[in-house]
Ligand binder design. Structure first.
Ligand code: CTP
Length: 442
């Protein structure tokens, strides 16, 4: 039996891909297709690929041409695969002529003529780029703008802020700079909100009513009913309202959720998340600790244990006599078979770690866990301990933008890493705390 192998990204599968696969198959009896996981286009410096890895794998599978589909995850894998699968022929399109000659030592290398006139890049460039309007007064928006530069299909079209002091040169050169939210909403396709959480509700409503998609830094709103109302409005209009918590899009974080689901530490009994930073509350532009950190710390709690907790107790230490600014907040949750705690604040410093304890072992993410590229799973028998390393691109913001751009294109937030239910419960915790429900002060 002659085994053939070929590799590609297969984004927006087209006629050129299918013709290549057919000819590759015809070279032998058994065709293995390697779909590349990598979506960063080194030549163009962007995340260009429009479809997720699973969508691309499915597209290749649906052609019915491949006998086996594998995923290409690391450099040097081609050689490993050729040996592992005992491959006779390696083939790719003629755009790669010469590039894979080094494999000739191990198998036959065939460059098939490329089909003229069609390419993934061509198909991608026919798509319109989403113009994103930034709203808020913080340096964080400079990072968002920078990360947009790495994502194909989305660009910053304007900014709405009362001051320009925090803006990088790139933001100062935007075509729309205004302090009038309505004016900006008119001129862009989508909004990135990083304004004060109390302003979100009105701003989101206005944007949705005008058909503009919204990516909103969490907490999206400070009231679960209002969140439900906004999400309903977005659904009715076929518009995207997505919660932004960059950690949800960090590769290490999403992988650790999968490992927990697989039962790597047995049954989860406790989730403890701490996020703190000491920041002055001078001026009104800074978010308080609860808003700044609460959603991030609640994320693993709700994503690992779900939202059906039976009991919640919250203790707050305010920074000022008037109780306008919280300095430290500790919330404890009791579930039927587990517990969780979040410790957040911007007037207290602690170890920013995430610990998930289970019946067989525990998962440890060192500080700062919310932007980590590394974690460990530890057991009683230390020889079984495992360390996991991942690439952290753009602190997660980059992939958050990719998910948002894809969602707007599809009209559904299938690519989002945060469920509506989690967003609603984060809003609910904020609501209870703002209303002083079940809160103890120290
Ligand atoms: N291919 C081809 N004819 C085309 C396009 C692609 O034969 N018109 C081949 C490539 O040579 C490669 C395989 O299909 O062997 C997968 O290509 P891929 O890089 O995924 O697709 P492109 O359309 O070339 O993507 P891009 O425009 O991003 O380079």
């Amino acid at each position: 039996m002659i085994k053939v192998i070929t590799y590609g990204t297969y984004d927006l599968l087209h006629y050129g891909h299918i013709r290549l696969l057919e000819r590759a198959k015809a070279l032998g009896d058994y065709l293995i297709v390697g779909v590349t996981a990598e979506d960063f286009d080194k030549v163009r410096g962007k995340i260009n690929v429009q479809q997720s890895l699973m969508e691309r794998v499915e597209a290749v599978r649906s052609t019915g041409i491949a006998d086996e589909i594998i995923i290409e995850e690391y450099e040097g894998q081609k050689l490993d695969d050729i040996k592992r699968y005992d491959v006779d022929i390696f083939t790719v399109g003629s755009d790669w002529i010469g590039h894979f000659d080094y494999l000739k030592e191990f198998c036959k290398v065939v460059y098939l003529p490329r089909t003229e006139g069609v390419s993934s890049s061509g198909l991608r460039s026919e798509k319109r780029s989403l113009s994103l309007g930034l709203v808020g007064e913080t340096e964080f928006l400079n990072k968002v703008a920078q990360e947009c530069g790495f994502v194909n299909g989305i660009h910053v079209g304007g900014i709405c802020a009362k001051s320009t002091a925090f803006m990088s040169d790139a933001l100062r050169e935007l075509p729309v700079i205004t302090d009038d939210y309505e004016e900006m909403a008119e001129k862009v396709d989508a909004i990135y909100l990083r304004s004060q959480p109390a302003e979100h509700y009105g701003q989101i409503k206005l944007a949705l009513e005008r058909g503009k998609h919204v990516l909103c830094e969490s907490p999206v709103v400070l009231d679960r009913g209002k969140y439900r109302e906004l999400q309903r409005l977005a659904d009715e209009k076929g518009i995207i309202l997505m919660e932004a918590i960059k950690t949800a899009y960090a590769t290490a974080y999403s992988r650790l959720l999968l490992l927990l689901k697989e039962g790597k530490i047995g049954e989860v009994v406790s989730v403890d998340a701490t996020c703190t930073s000491i920041k002055s509350i001078e001026g009104s532009l800074q978010w308080d600790g609860l808003y700044e950190w609460g959603p991030t710390a609640l994320l693993p709690i709700f994503q690992i244990l779900g939202t059906n907790y039976m009991e919640k107790t919250v203790v707050i230490k305010y920074q000022d006599e008037e109780r306008r600014h919280d300095g430290f907040v500790k919330a404890d949750f009791v579930y039927p078979k587990a517990v969780a705690s979040m410790k957040v604040g911007n007037a207290v410093k602690s170890e920013g770690e995430l610990v998930v304890s289970g019946t067989e072992g525990y998962l440890y993410v060192p500080a700062p866990w919310w932007k980590t590229d590394y974690f460990e799973i530890r057991y009683e028998d230390r020889s079984k301990n495992k360390r996991y390393f991942y690439q952290l691109d753009g602190e997660g913001i980059r992939y958050e933008l990719v998910a948002f751009a894809r969602a707007t294109e599809k009209g559904r937030d299938v690519a989002a890493n945060i469920d509506h239910e989690v967003t609603e419960h984060i809003a609910g915790v904020m609501e209870d705390i703002c209303e002083g429900k079940g809160i103890r002060l120290i």
